[in-house]
Design a protein around this ligand. Structure first.
Ligand SMILES: *Cc1c(COP(=O)(O)O)cnc(C)c1O
Length: 397
């Protein structure tokens, strides 16, 4: 008799957590499904209140919020922006779209966040922005980064796609920079399929942000009764999500405490159950400094080598478990090399990128599946893989 194969455990699975379908039906039945409807306003307000942010504007994606940031900061051809090589392409592409040149900074080997000690050396007369990315929802060293930014008068744009409701020294991530961006893509903690937000902490940028987001018009002022008619006043595009998406998102935001509790439990289970295995096998688990409250965006392990990482991916796949690596160093990508990126520029990024593996992590990953993942990993010894591989290549054995 053949044994039935266990079900597959995906890497990510978006879930319904509350009133998503009800709110979506409300927007459709109300007949107002374009942008900046009732649910968009509710989302903006909830985020403003909860984060203590000056202004939050929902956008169609984090990528678009980053593009708005580059427009707001008037990034011009030849300007330089400092960005970790270990991030998603949008962090920098939004600025490159305006003609900026990326200046790649390496990361710390423990938190995998921007190494702030390298910033001073990378700043030039042309530096127009510093872009910290709070990797895995663990805060960058914002005290030091803000101090340098203030001293050199350079705006910070936080890419907080991973870090919604994470904190650094008691303060919410996304409230340190002049601007910050969020993502509500289906792979993030809180989602509406595709979506994002621009957080504006410096009031100087609020009005222009509304204009850029509304096709370069002063439509927002018109709706507030501040002008008689609305007209074309600046550059801009259409960065408003449909209120149907905002309805989806609002239900998720209302349930955010539940979402975060579930994610914290899964994260802590992995961390606890894998610590012995990690220690025995020279594997590192995520580092969360005591002054950071993380956002529980992902759980990753750092294997001793590329070979052992690939072997673990295959080992888990054989058992129906999907695990995935993460960012390839941006400075070594085709575009990165076009900007002068070379092997050796960011050695920690190059090393970590080869060895990092993300485990299945989503809100309704149930206990039985968590156990399955942990047990499958514990059956795997990267050291053994390494010995086998090296003995083969030595021609011994
Ligand atoms: C997901 C992600 C983005 C892009 O988000 P979208 O909403 O898909 O545009 C940008 N930066 C980081 C760090 C991300 O993880």
């Amino acid at each position: 008799m053949s044994q039935q194969a266990p079900h597959k455990i995906p890497f990510n699975r978006p879930t319904i957590v509350g009133k998503e379908l009800y709110y979506i039906s409300q927007t459709i039945l109300n007949g107002h499904s374009a942008g900046d409807g009732a649910f968009t306003k509710k989302c903006n307000r909830l985020l403003e209140e909860r984060l203590g942010a000056r202004k939050v504007l929902l956008t169609t994606s984090c990528t678009h919020a980053l593009e708005m940031a580059a427009l707001l900061l008037d990034i011009q051809p030849g300007d330089e922006v400092i960005v970790p090589s270990f991030t998603f392409v949008s962090t920098i592409n939004a600025f490159v779209l305006r003609g900026a040149r990326p200046v790649f900074v390496d990361i710390h080997p423990d938190t995998l966040n921007m190494d702030e000690t390298q910033l001073e050396d990378l700043i030039t007369q042309r530096t127009r922005a510093i872009l910290p990315v709070h990797y895995a929802g663990v805060g960058c060293e914002m005290d030091a980064i803000c101090e340098i930014a203030v001293k050199r008068n350079i705006p910070i744009v936080e890419d907080n796609a991973h870090g919604l409701f994470g904190k650094y020294k008691g303060r919410y991530l996304g409230t340190f920079g002049t601007l910050a961006t969020q993502s509500f893509h289906e792979t993030k903690n809180v989602t509406c399929g595709e979506g994002g937000a621009l957080i504006i902490n410096d009031p100087e940028y609020v009005e222009r942000a509304e204009i850029i987001r509304e096709k370069g018009t002063n439509r927002s002022r018109f709706f507030r009764g501040q002008v008689d008619k609305y007209t074309w006043v600046d550059v801009g595009s259409s960065y408003l999500p449909s209120d149907i998406l905002a309805a989806f998102l609002y239900a998720q935001l209302e349930a955010v405490d539940d979402i975060q509790t579930k994610r914290r439990n899964i994260w802590e289970y992995y961390n606890q159950e894998l610590s012995g295995w990690a220690e025995e096998n020279s594997v590192s688990l995520p580092a969360v400094p005591a002054h950071c409250e993380q956002a529980y965006h992902m759980f990753y392990v750092l294997l001793p080598s590329l070979d052992s990482r690939q072997a673990l991916i295959a080992h888990l796949k054989e058992r129906g478990i999907l695990s995935v690596f993460h960012y390839l160093p941006l400075h070594l990508s085709e575009m990165g090399q076009h900007f002068g990126g070379q092997s050796g520029d960011c050695p920690v990024t190059e090393d970590v990128s080869d060895r990092l593996l993300r485990l299945p992590f989503y809100n309704d990953l149930d206990e039985a599946d968590q156990v399955r993942v942990v047990e499958a990993i514990r059956e795997f010894s990267p050291m053994k893989q390494f010995v086998v591989a090296s003995s083969l290549s030595d021609g011994r054995n």
